[in-house]
Structure formats: C-alpha cells, structure tokens
Ligand binder design. Structure first.
Ligand code: HEC
Length: 139
C-alpha cells in the first residue's frame, strides 16, 4: 500500500514536470519541415531546441537595422507578449501561453517569411523553422 501511494505521488509529480509536447497541428508542421530538411541534408537527424533558442536570441547584422533580432518584437522571453515596431501587441510565442501557435501552416509560413527577411535579410531554412518551433513548444 505504502509503495503504491509513493509510486502514485511520483507519477503525478512527473506528469506536472513533463516537457510540453506539440499538438497534432504543430506536429504536422514539424513533420513537414523535417521532410524538407531531410531533402536539403540527408544526414538530418532531428530538430534542436537549443539551436532554435540561439536563432531566437541571436543578433543579426544582415537584415533591416531596426530589427536586429527576433527578440526586437517578440522580447527575449517567449512567454511574454511582444510588440510590433508600430506598437501593436503580439501574442506570446510560447505554446504554454498561446496553445494555437504554429497550427496554421499558411500563417506560420507567412510570418517566417516576413520576419526572417526583416531580421536575417534572407529566408529561414526548413531546419531553422523546425528548430525554432521545437524550442517554442518547450516554452
Ligand atoms: C518586426 C517585428 C517582428 C520581428 C523582428 C519578428 N517577428 Fe515574428 N511575428 C511578428 C508579428 C507581428 C507576428 C504575427 C502576430 C502574431 O502571430 O501574434 C509574428 C509571428 C511570428 C510567427 C507565426 C507564429 C504562428 O503562430 O504560426 C513566427 C513563426 C515568427 N513570428 C517567427 C519569428 C522569427 C523566427 C523571428 C526572427 C528571425 C521573428 N519572428 C521576428 C513580428 C515580428
């Protein structure tokens, strides 16, 4: 009996601490980016949350001068709301704060397109997009 209760307490504690997982729509986007990443590099072996974090926080000199980083608009804390250059509110990028993020491919692609161009002066690769979403899923 004592063992069972201890085991139950442990199980419920691990459930609370579990890392957030992508929902079906987010997983579908990750699968698409994985297929594209593999087409570019057959050695592709999965996305990296760490690389996604690096992309999110990096300072770039190759894009527009007033948007040197993703954090310029999204802030350095993905759980916090951001702001456009014109002061319009942007919802948090973290899935834990906004569960419907990265669920509509056309939306996600539109914003990756605009924002990667603004910050990096080029399109993000499928690898970068998958890394970015993988990082945000855990936030
Ligand atoms: C000039 C301001 C600005 C910068 C800089 C910026 N973003 Fe955004 N981003 C926005 C706005 C505005 C939206 C759309 C509003 C929303 O989704 O709440 C958005 C939405 C997104 C989305 C769509 C999320 C979804 O739900 O599908 C992604 C992905 C994204 N941004 C990635 C990035 C990345 C990666 C960078 C850095 C390379 C970046 N953004 C830099 C303003 C910015």
């Amino acid at each position: 009996m004592r063992m069972t209760l201890t085991a139950l307490a442990f199980l419920s504690a691990s459930a609370t601490l579990a890392v957030a997982a992508p929902g079906p729509a987010q997983q579908a986007q990750l699968d698409t980016y994985a297929t594209l990443a593999k087409a570019v590099d057959p050695a592709f072996a999965g996305f990296s949350a760490e690389h996604g974090k690096t992309l999110f926080l990096a300072k770039s000199t190759t894009g527009k001068p007033d948007t040197p980083s993703c954090t310029t608009c999204h802030t350095a804390d993905p759980t916090k709301p951001g702001q456009t250059r014109a002061g319009k509110a942007i919802g948090p990028m973290a899935i834990s704060m906004k569960a419907d993020r990265y669920s509509i491919p056309a939306e996600t692609e539109k914003w990756f397109g605009r924002n990667c161009d603004s910050v990096l002066g080029r399109a993000c690769t499928p690898l970068e997009k998958g890394d970015f979403i993988t990082f945000m899923v855990g936030q």
